[in-house]
Design a protein around this ligand. Structure first.
Ligand code: ATP
Ligand code: MN
Length: 476
């Protein structure tokens, strides 16, 4: 029996002596003068390739095997042998090589290593075939698995909050509108002013005639809906895509990104911080343990400190520092910042990085932020000036988690909404949670891509999501 095995399995020393089939894409081919070729094949199951030895005696050696080049797809049947080569335990002596697809050397863009990440973004459909993007995909997969395991082990229920929503969670950022209207026709009608219709000249678009009989948007956060489940099922989390039309062309912002949002009844801010710290450490520990080859690659080629940093974080406590203390530290630092550091201002990434990289040199949880810079749903502190918010900041990336204890008191919540120019009427269902059996509760949002950025050391967030959506970019 010949088993079809992954490259990862074929590379294991205990596979020596087995007859196997491996299938994947050619990374390189070298021909030896002694009448055979070495073919490196990768199938994504692990970082390393399997080396294939193809003798000139194979029937398709001249016609096909000698045409193999990077990107070609093959299936190889053969015997796994111990490899004399360095960096690999095994190799395969090919008995047959089936070529599924050739890749033209002149036009296939990934002939050599070392393309810039900018260039690879223009071929997002092929970049999964590079070492870097394969490693990122495996680390991302491992992190998602850990996220689910972490919450499931703690009795958190996975809930699916909607992608299409009518409520703006926080003014978190500009939203993408969802419509089934033919906007071009609507605009034309507005310009012409069609007779007998409500669309009077210049009247704009009537979204009450749209699919949902109202304007609708892509969600910026699943939090408000997750709260409805937490206020019934106690411990919940949602994990899905979120969308922000903020025009921020930064290495840390995407228009579409994935967010993990636990929401738990009977949790206060302290519990919330512990949960966030526990989750991050769990993800880091698992990636270090389960993706050692990929992490070694990031450590060698992307950022020489990632492994050490993650190992250190897993072992140490995150600091907890109040926003007010952080402002004091920044003001006394003698450091020149572009943005002001007066109490009441939001922290910019330069401040976050100073705190985590220069001052504390490790992750920090800041808490108790001025109420003016935080959304309406965060619980008011007794001082009347600050709310029970917390952000987890990490070196290089800055904010990775944003969370809070939620305001469970109806009157205060309504007051805060008015203060922020929101109409409590349109949040009637959210306020019902405070009307009927209100409960202290808390939650946070962890940006998956920010976490992957931090783990891998990749400097641009566009390179840690398969198909980045940013202003002006949605080709793939
Ligand atoms: P920032 O101030 O960094 O723009 P934020 O305060 O708008 O972030 P939150 O609304 O608190 O972010 O969202 C929770 C988490 O989601 C953040 O801590 C971050 O990890 C992630 N996040 C927010 N916006 C983006 C984005 N545009 N792209 C990728 N991740 C994001
Ligand atoms: Mn935030």
């Amino acid at each position: 029996m010949t088993d079809i095995v992954s490259v990862a399995e074929a590379r294991r020393a205990d596979s020596v002596g087995r007859e196997v089939v491996v299938q994947g894409w050619v990374r390189t081919r070298r021909d030896s003068k002694a009448g055979f070729s070495f073919i490196e094949v990768n199938d994504g199951s692990c970082f390393g390739n399997i080396q294939i030895i193809a003798e000139a005696a194979l029937p398709n050696y001249e016609s096909e095997i000698k045409r193999l080049s990077p990107g070609c797809c093959v299936g190889v049947t053969g015997l796994v042998k111990a490899s004399p080569g360095k960096g690999q335990a095994t190799e395969i002596q090919a008995a047959a090589v089936v070529v599924h697809g050739l890749a033209d050397v002149k036009t296939y863009p990934l002939q050599k290593k070392g393309h810039s990440f900018e260039f690879l973004r223009t071929i997002a459909h092929l970049r999964p075939r590079t070492n870097t993007f394969g490693a990122i995909a495996r680390v991302r997969n491992r992190a998602c698995n850990s996220i689910h395991q972490f919450f499931q082990e703690r009795g958190f229920l996975y809930v699916h909050t909607p992608i299409i929503t009518a409520s703006d969670c926080e003014g978190a950022g500009a939203m993408f509108q969802v419509t089934a209207l033919d906007l071009a026709a609507e605009v034309e009608r507005g310009e012409k002013g069609v007779e007998g219709e409500k669309g009077v000249k210049g009247a704009g678009i009537d979204f009450s005639k749209d699919f949902f009989n109202r304007p609708a948007y892509l969600t910026v956060s699943g939090q408000l809906e997750a709260e409805t489940f937490a206020c019934a099922l106690s411990k919940t989390y949602t994990f899905g895509p979120t969308f922000r039309a903020e025009n921020s062309n930064t290495p840390r912002h995407l228009a579409e990104f994935w967010m993990v949002e636990p929401e738990a009844a009977f949790f206060d801010l302290q519990d919330d911080m512990e949960l966030a710290e526990g989750l991050l450490k769990r993800i880091f520990r698992d990636v270090l343990q389960e993706c050692p080859e990929d992490m070694r690659f990031f450590n060698q080629r992307i950022d020489k400190t990632v492994i050490e940093t993650l190992e250190h974080i897993v072992e140490s406590e995150f600091l907890r520092v109040s926003y007010s203390d952080a402002i004091d530290i920044l003001r006394k630092s003698g450091q020149r910042f572009e943005f002001p550091t007066a109490w009441g201002n939001d922290l910019q990434v330069e401040h976050e990085r100073f705190l985590t990289e220069t001052h504390f040199r490790r992750p920090v949880i800041l808490y108790d932020y001025p109420r003016e810079i935080k959304p309406f749903y965060m619980r008011m502190n007794d001082d009347g000036r600050t709310v029970r918010a917390m952000d987890v900041l990490v070196p290089k990336v800055g904010e990775i988690v944003g969370g809070s204890q939620r305001e469970e008191r109806l009157d205060l919540l309504e007051r805060r909404m008015r203060e922020q120019g929101l109409d409590p009427e349109s949040y009637w269902w959210y306020l019902d949670l405070r009307r009927f059996g209100t409960v202290p509760h808390a939650g946070f949002g962890l940006g998956l891509e920010r976490a992957i950025q931090f783990i891998t050391g990749m400097s641009n967030i566009r390179d840690v999501i398969p198909f980045p959506r940013t202003p002006g970019n949605a080709e793939f």
